[in-house]
Design a protein around this ligand. Structure first.
Ligand SMILES: [Zn+2]
Length: 208
């Protein structure tokens, strides 16, 4: 049973059961700071002020599920905000590529890098975030993705297949086959038809 964890950005679009566990929930919350939904919700990374508000709230939630959550980068400057925004966009693009429908082959899949420390003690090896402020936060976020990749839960973190939505959700379905963050708003017949058409186009353009 999922504990009721309130992620401030994700809560604007979805149910608690669609949010990822522990630190991955924070990564999902970052993805969902984007302007999404119907009616459109504001971009929480629009200004330093709104970004600090979101970070304060989301990191408070994170500290309830992860005792090693990073501190608030304070004060957040415009450069740090820019780093957060580009991380968000790169991760959204990378996850959208998982659907096989976008970006087109001409758009390179972003490669995001950070540094981390590996610590080994009798209990095992752990990745620890490195850096200060926003860099520490970036390191923490990418470590969550590395941990999810090793645990094979990374494939469950998805962005909605509706190109106009791209809301991030955590697919808890048995066969991990969900495409839409919300089937009633995004999985309508028009979107399903468009999605199938894109798949077909891709099949035809793939050399055999
Ligand atoms: Zn959606």
């Amino acid at each position: 049973m999922t504990a009721a964890v309130h992620w401030p950005a994700s809560a604007r679009y979805q149910q608690v059961q669609d949010t990822a566990p522990a630190g991955l929930g924070f990564v999902q919350d970052l993805l969902n700071t984007a302007s999404l939904g119907k009616p459109r919700q504001p971009d929480l990374l629009e200004t330093v002020v709104t970004a600090e508000e979101w970070l304060t709230s989301s990191l408070a939630t994170l500290s309830t599920v992860d005792s090693s959550s990073p501190p608030l980068p304070h004060p957040l400057d415009t450069r740090g905000l820019g780093r957060l925004r580009s991380l968000r966009e790169d991760l959204r693009t990378a996850l959208a590529t998982g659907h096989g429908d976008e970006p087109s082959p001409a758009v390179p899949v972003p490669s995001v890098q950070t540094t981390a420390t590996i610590s080994v003690d009798p209990s095992g090896a752990r990745l620890l975030p490195r850096g200060k402020g926003v860099e520490l936060l970036r390191s923490y976020i990418l470590i969550q993705l590395a941990a999810a990749t090793y645990a094979d839960t990374m494939r469950r973190l998805k962005v909605c297949a509706n190109p106009r939505c791209r809301g991030a959700f955590y697919d808890r379905s048995k066969n991990c086959s969900r495409l839409w963050h919300d089937v009633t708003t995004c999985g309508n017949t028009q979107n399903v038809r468009a999605y199938r058409a894109r798949l077909k186009e891709r099949e035809l353009s793939t050399p055999r």
